[in-house]
Design a protein around this ligand. Structure first.
Ligand code: HEM
Length: 133
């Protein structure tokens, strides 16, 4: 059934997240470095599946516009991604599983498994570096 939700990549998992900005000096971009992570870690599937209650989609080419400078549904006073600020980005807080500290709830993201240290570091550098498209 998952494959029926194509549009999230051929094999649906196991891709090596992260692109060109693996090197610490470069500023990560969403299209090259972050989208592959969200797709390879199934975020794209869950955040595209009707009825699952995942509040926005992460489909290729659409995820950026759905998370950057967009208000969270769980904590409407916060943005999902506030460019330049990790502490003001609810998406980052959900990935740290500290959502209850800001009045949020639900599970850590992604639920049930963890991104690699390198992938988390890349997402953090992307947000702190201004969340380039
Ligand atoms: C790296 C990948 C992922 C990211 C960055 C992510 C991010 C988020 C964020 C920021 C929220 C809160 C939305 C809001 O407050 O408006 C959320 C909620 C949710 N996500 Fe994800 N997610 C990811 C992967 C997944 C996966 C793999 C699943 C399915 C297994 C999933 C299912 C859900 C569900 C059901 C909710 C609403 C309930 C809750 O917060 O626990 N997400 N996600």
């Amino acid at each position: 059934m998952l494959l029926a939700l194509a549009g999230c990549g051929e094999d649906g998992g196991g891709g090596a997240g992260g692109g060109a900005a693996g090197g610490a000096s470069q500023t990560p971009s969403y299209a090259t470095d972050i989208e592959p992570i969200f797709i390879s870690d199934q975020g794209c599937y869950c955040h595209n599946m009707e009825g699952l209650g995942a509040p926005f989609n992460l489909l290729p080419g659409e995820g950026y516009g759905n998370i950057v400078n967009v208000a969270s549904q769980q904590v409407p006073s916060m943005l999902l991604v506030a460019p330049g600020s990790l502490n003001d980005s609810y998406l980052w807080i959900k990935m740290q599983n500290t959502q209850t500290e800001v009045g949020g709830g639900g599970q850590k993201m992604p639920p049930g498994f963890s991104l690699t240290v390198e992938e988390l570091d890349l997402v953090g550098r992307w947000i702190a570096g201004g969340a380039a498209p």
